[in-house]
Design a protein around this ligand. Structure first.
Ligand code: AMP
Length: 283
């Protein structure tokens, strides 16, 4: 496994290899866990060479967010990557000059005026700007993203299709702890009590899945059930929403939305956690 610290370095390293081998790319912000490792396994299964980037992207953090305290654990990450058979780590200190990039991308409001886009203004502009830079540097054939960040996956799919980028976006399912909590680098902010409370997020999503499967189509009823589970754990969600998985549009009834996906973001202690699950209405 090789580690590159600059755009020139990784490009040089990949230059001759890309002539005969396919490249799969897994962008991350580090502090790797089993969720990231499942993306890496998928990447390995789909291409000859796997490149993982480890870069905490300042452009996707708001002014009062956790950029400074975001966990940085490069040594442990590099060890996990080596064990997982990663070929290259791209670990740049920055991707643009000190005043920020003069040219940026903007994600359309239609995809960003809801869910995390509404509560984190500018977040997805930061994501698409930096993922575009990373794609231009690595020039992968395939890029793997987690369903845990569903809105991010949706926005990136749209960027790739709107800008005709020559990369195939592959989704990987959310990896969870045994009790259902979606794995996240931010879970390490949780105290023992927070950790217990946080289980309610996946339980609330599962309760909506069960209700929908039993034929309940009224979205307010589904949400109310989930809100009660969250409230019992002392959690007031930042959002709890049900939307179309591709357009991210919402409706009042599940049967006019099909297919549908439920989304929750909530602050538990100092951690902001997100999760989502598909809803399947029987009938
Ligand atoms: P991050 O380092 O949090 O920016 O995440 C890097 C990639 O890993 C993104 O595509 C995430 O969606 C994905 N990811 C994060 N957590 C999980 C998880 N629990 N299961 C699957 N993928 C994940």
């Amino acid at each position: 496994m090789r580690v590159a610290h600059s755009a020139d370095e990784i490009r040089r390293q990949l230059q001759s290899l890309r002539k005969s081998q396919s490249i799969a790319f897994v962008p991350t912000m580090g502090c790797l866990h089993d969720g990231h490792l499942s993306l890496i396994r998928k990447a390995k299964a789909l291409a000859d060479i796997v490149v993982v980037s480890i870069y905490v992207n300042p452009l996707q953090f708001g002014a009062n967010e956790d950029l400074d305290k975001y966990p940085r654990t490069f040594e442990a990450d590099a060890k996990l990557c080596a064990e997982a058979g990663v070929d290259f780590i791209f670990h740049p200190s920055t991707l643009y000059g000190k005043n920020g990039p003069a040219i940026t991308l903007q994600a359309a409001a239609s995809l960003c005026d809801c869910l995390c886009g509404a509560s984190r203004p500018g977040h997805f502009d930061g994501v698409v700007t930096v993922v575009n830079i990373l794609f231009n540097i690595v020039q992968p054939d395939i890029a793997v993203f987690g369903e845990k960040d569903w809105q991010q996956l949706t926005v990136i799919r749209r960027m790739v299709s709107d800008l005709h980028m020559p990369v195939e976006v592959v989704a990987a399912e959310t990896i969870r702890e045994k009790d259902g909590l979606a794995m996240s680098s931010r879970n390490r902010y949780l105290t023992a009590d927070d950790r217990t409370a946080a289980i309610a997020i996946s339980q609330a999503l599962r309760s909506m899945q069960r209700l929908a499967a039993s034929g309940e189509s009224d979205i307010d009823t589904l949400k109310q059930e989930a809100l009660t589970i969250l409230a019992n754990a002392g959690i007031t969600p930042e959002y709890l929403d049900i939307r179309h998985p591709a357009s991210l549009k919402n409706r009042r009834k599940l049967n006019s939305l099909r297919p549908a996906r439920a989304f929750i973001a909530a602050r538990v202690g100092t951690a902001r956690l997100i999760d989502n699950m598909p809803l399947e209405l029987t009938q």
